[in-house]
Design a binder for this molecule. Structure first.
Ligand code: E4P
Length: 218
């Protein structure tokens, strides 16, 4: 399973990269805005800066909602760096755009996915990645991880090649459950990745080992 970090914060991206487990980065317009990155030129420079830090797939989202503009914007984003994956929303124009990008060898991440039907359409259009938002599904009182499992079953049965990228991850348990459910990729806040490290018995065990070593060597 690939690990992506879900942020536009360069310090957090560097910290995740330094862990040695990072395979890519996802961003979205909200995450860009949170970092104060505004204006087309600054946004594009920011994507280039991310590509300099991480040698892996970097999702860059189109803002346009109509087909022609999505194509224009997606082409410009893809031209920024070979690792850019164009992130396209799950809409009618979005599906058409994913098909166009697929036919023109531009990789895509279909975002804002909340149902198995949407997952089938995106795969049919040739999406490279599919992003079901599991945290936002949970917020609606459904089980987001169940959706991952359902899509994983369908993709296996049908032989779809689209990779399932579990998104909107809110905690370490989401990562573990997404892995169990068959996600190919998880994109997570840095805090959820670091949360995987935590276990009190590890801390207690290490303290005991160090204390015993100190006693024996003093
Ligand atoms: C996915 O690519 C999105 O950027 C992200 O995971 C959305 O997460 P949120 O629901 O926590 O905003």
């Amino acid at each position: 399973m690939k690990f992506f970090v879900d942020t536009a914060n360069l310090d957090q991206i560097k910290e995740a990269q330094d862990l040695g487990i990072l395979d890519g980065v996802t961003t979205n317009p909200s995450l860009m805005a949170k970092e104060g990155i505004t204006g087309e030129a600054n946004v594009r420079n920011h994507y280039k800066a991310i590509c300099e830090i991480v040698d892996g797939d970097i999702s860059a989202e189109v803002i346009a909602t109509d087909f022609d503009e999505m194509i224009k914007e997606g082409k410009a984003l893809a031209d920024l760096h070979e690792n850019i994956v164009v992130k396209v929303p799950m809409t009618k124009d979005g599906v058409k755009a994913i098909r166009w990008f697929t036919d023109h060898d531009i990789r895509t991440n279909c975002t804002l996915v909340f149902s198995a039907g949407q997952a089938i359409l995106a795969a049919k259009a040739g999406a490279t990645y599919l992003s079901p938002f599991i945290g936002r599904v949970d917020d609606m009182n459904w089980d987001g991880v169940d959706l991952i499992a359902q899509i994983a079953d369908i993709y296996t049965i049908q032989g779809f090649q689209t990779e399932i990228l579990a998104a909107s991850i809110r905690n370490p348990l989401h990562i573990v459950r997404a892995a169990e459910a068959g996600a190919d990729v998880v994109t997570c806040p840095l805090s959820s990745i670091l949360g995987l490290l935590k276990h009190p018995l590890t801390d207690i065990g290490l303290a005991k080992f160090l204390a015993d070593h100190k006693k024996a060597n003093s």
